[in-house]
Design a protein around this ligand. Structure first.
Ligand SMILES: Nc1ncnc2c1ncn2[C@@H]1O[C@H](COP(=O)(O)OP(=O)(O)OP(=O)(O)O)[C@@H](O)[C@H]1O
Ligand SMILES: [Mg+2]
Length: 212
């Protein structure tokens, strides 16, 4: 893997995205690759401020379109201030969530909505043009197991999405899998219900195969 790549990690709560990003960053750095780890919503000073508006408060704090606009504004700032400068400097960027989370949460989570889906795609093109990740890992897990894992974490006050009902999380999982099945070149579905080290190995193997 020579050239700078943009790699995103997607999946439900507690799937292991943060854990696997840390392991992959370590692996890549040991192999002489410069890595920047980032996350959404957030990943730049302005986007982190918007994150606070999104992840705190009640489930009904924002209506759908307002929420989508906040995510899009945060993503634009993240892209311009963090992701593109890092890629231009030759660094590989690992992002904990990106636009596919917006598609899954906003278009599939509450029940598929064609209008929102069109708006999400339109807004993404507006903020990012034809820029897309080189590779997206979907960490796939039964939401009950993922939610149990994330409940175990201490001091987490960002519970707004975790608090939504189970059908929402099942819809999310189905949404991610649908995206992956429609574009298998860009996505890799990883079984996240395994030992941490085995998941890491699956990710490294896939990365080597996909981004030769
Ligand atoms: N393979 C695994 N098996 C068991 N527990 C795991 C595994 N991977 C991660 N965990 C634990 O599950 C919890 C959630 O993991 P992690 O924070 O990496 O998930 P995440 O996908 O980033 O979650 P979130 O979407 O809530 O940020 C952590 O306490 C972590 O230590
Ligand atoms: Mg995380």
């Amino acid at each position: 893997m020579q050239k700078a790549r943009f790699i995103t990690f997607e999946g439900g709560e507690g799937a292991g995205k943060s854990t696997q990003i840390a392991l992959l960053a370590d692996y890549l750095q040991k192999n002489g690759i410069d890595v920047v780890c980032t996350r959404e919503p957030g990943g730049s000073a302005g986007a982190e401020e918007i994150r606070n508006l999104l992840v705190r408060g009640g489930n009904a704090r924002w209506d759908r379109l307002t929420e989508l606009l906040l995510f899009s504004a945060a993503r634009r700032d993240h892209l311009v201030k963090t992701i593109l400068p890092a890629l231009n400097a030759g660094k590989t960027v690992l992002s904990d969530r990106f636009n596919d989370s917006t598609v899954a949460y906003q278009c599939f989570g509450y029940g598929f909505d064609e209008t929102i889906y069109q708006q999400v795609n339109h807004l993404y093109r507006l903020i990012a043009g034809d820029f897309v990740p080189d590779l997206t890992f979907i960490l796939d897990i039964d939401p009950l197991i993922g939610l149990k894992r994330s409940m175990k974490r201490q001091g987490n006050d960002e519970q707004r999405f975790e608090n939504m009902d189970l059908s929402f999380h099942k819809n999310l999982r189905d949404g991610f899998l649908k995206l992956a099945s429609e574009n298998p070149q860009r996505y890799a579905v990883i079984n996240a219900d395994q030992e941490t080290e085995k998941i890491h190995q699956d990710i490294v193997t896939t990365l080597r195969e996909r981004l030769k």
